[in-house]
Design a protein around this ligand. Structure first.
Ligand code: HEM
Ligand code: HEM
Length: 173
């Protein structure tokens, strides 16, 4: 089933969720630059894709948000007791997936570096832009908060599956 239903997520939601989860975890490896200044295997093979994958994630999150809106009337039900909390948590995850690429791109443009993704120049190098740089400074603190949120989200999903033994995880698999 392509579409979501009250019981489970459909194939498009599942595909976007897991593809983006892998890419987001890949992006979070950028924290590895703090270890030996990135002079290790992860820092030299996976992290150099940070800007390209981040730019791809911006495109994917726009598609995903449009898809979520198209599905909003028939998404899986949440337990009434925690529905608002779950909605807020998922909302923050969506906000992080949108704001991280935006602030990352602003950091690049603000510094006058331009933007090149997968070898394609999107914005050429240019002058420094102070306001873009200031917004770009939010990228790192947002990445820390988002990292904690992703850990919490993953922990809760595993808790549902292994401790509460309900169908929360299986309806996303
Ligand atoms: C979902 C997308 C993204 C995630 C999860 C993410 C995550 C991160 C993380 C974890 C760091 C390390 C922060 C630290 O060590 O304090 C970082 C740094 C950085 N990211 Fe991203 N990023 C994303 C998208 C982007 C994009 C699209 C760009 C640029 C086009 C970008 C540019 C940078 C730059 C220049 C740094 C180093 C400077 C800094 O720490 O502010 N990022 N990012
Ligand atoms: C790594 C980055 C991740 C991000 C950014 C993320 C984001 C999200 C978002 C925004 C949702 C809301 C539903 C939707 O897709 O529209 C969601 C649902 C879900 N995620 Fe993740 N996720 C991540 C990783 C994981 C991992 C590693 C697991 C499992 C171990 C997981 C398990 C789930 C489950 C089970 C749901 C459905 C929850 C429900 O129906 O209440 N996610 N995720």
């Amino acid at each position: 089933m392509i579409n979501d239903s009250k019981e489970r997520y459909g194939s498009v939601s599942k595909f976007l969720h897991w593809l983006m989860a892998v890419l987001v975890i890949w992006q979070l490896l950028k924290f590895g630059d703090r270890i030996s200044e990135g002079e290790h295997w992860i820092g030299q093979t996976l992290v150099p894709w940070h800007i390209s994958i981040g730019t791809l994630l911006l495109g994917l999150i726009v598609l995903r948000l449009l898809w979520v809106m198209s599905q909003r009337r028939h998404r899986p039900r949440q337990r009434p007791a925690t529905a608002k909390l779950v909605k807020a948590g998922h909302g923050l995850l969506f906000a992080g997936m949108l704001l991280l690429p935006l602030t990352g791109i602003l950091a690049m443009l603000g510094g006058g570096y331009g933007l090149t993704a997968f070898g394609i120049e999107i914005f050429a190098e240019g002058r420094e832009i102070a306001w873009a740089s200031s917004l770009g400074d939010l990228h790192s603190p947002l990445a820390w908060a988002f990292g904690v949120l992703v850990l919490g989200h993953t922990g809760i999903a595993l808790f549902h599956h292994f401790a509460q033994r309900d169908d929360t995880l299986t309806r996303m698999l």
